[in-house]
Design a protein around this ligand. Sequence first.
Ligand code: PMP
Length: 354
Amino acid sequence: MKLSIDASIQRVPFYPKAALYGADAGWVRLSSNENPYPPSPAVMEAMADALLDVNRYPESEAELKSLIAGKYGLAPENVLIGNGSNELIETACRALRTAGRTEVIVSEPSFAFYRIAANIYGYDVAAVPLGALRTDLGRVAEMAGEKTRLVFLCNPNNPTGTIFDDRAFSAFLDRLPPEALVVVDEAYAEFSDNKLFPRSIAYIDRRPVLIMRTFSKAYGLAGLRIGYGIAEKSLVSFMERTKQPFSVNMMALIAAKAALGDERHLAFVLENIRKGRTYLYESLKGLGMDARPSEANFVLVRVGPGAKALVDGLFERKVLVRWLGGYGLPEYIRVTVGTMDENRVFLETLKRLA
Ligand code: PMP
């Protein structure tokens, strides 16, 4: 006998997962925007030291909050820790539920989980298409009205790698209704070296803005699941109450603190990923392919109608990249920047297939 499931849940789409996750050897994994480098040695030491403590519940998140707050000149009460920034996407939907404001606006294509989380919590989702592959802030602002409760923006945008700048963001905030929260997902912000990138944190006490960052990308802790949000104190406090107690595990908290303490390792990662990004972009252009400039740790490429076949061909040769059919861009692929060796293997394999 089958249970009946509410129509709002029946509508929830599956998250478009990559073909393969985990640590199987022998694959060149450029499909999930992961960091190709292992984390800082300080992270591994700190985790090893804590192994015998896992019979205890995780420590309070206070220390990590203080470290993050210190980095941005904020108070710990401005910081929320999540089981990946994914948890905080959901937490925002949960904490903001209110009668009469039932709409969530997303820009698409973008990260798929915004729509999924909004659906889970019963919101109606309005999607604003990208304009020339960029977040169209003007149209998002036009779309926002009395019913709008949350607006999800991804900057740099996954999967296009484009950004909107501080001026555009500021003008956009001025146009929004006062009861709409703007969630700016900056999962890839560390990889951008653009001076015009929004100083989004400067807005948190002036406008309803929640900024989300993650340890999954630049800090290389994707497998541990930890991210953070930054917002005005009372919003953080309400979100905190709707979260699972202990949603962030002990190892993740310990690793994140150690990762924040190793700025040299972060600098190593950023330098190499930016170099690899330029190398991939220029090599692809050199092959006559339509690669797009990116501010993130991945490159978008318009391949044409053969995009899926190319991704399948690469897969057969153990090179994983993402076909963007699931994002409504069937002629495009997204290639994560790997180590220099991985970037070369990808390009060599591509040349043999093209
Ligand atoms: N936001 C964006 C834009 C992402 O691409 C991803 C992961 N691919 C996430 C959030 C999720 O990050 P986390 O691992 O912190 O949950």
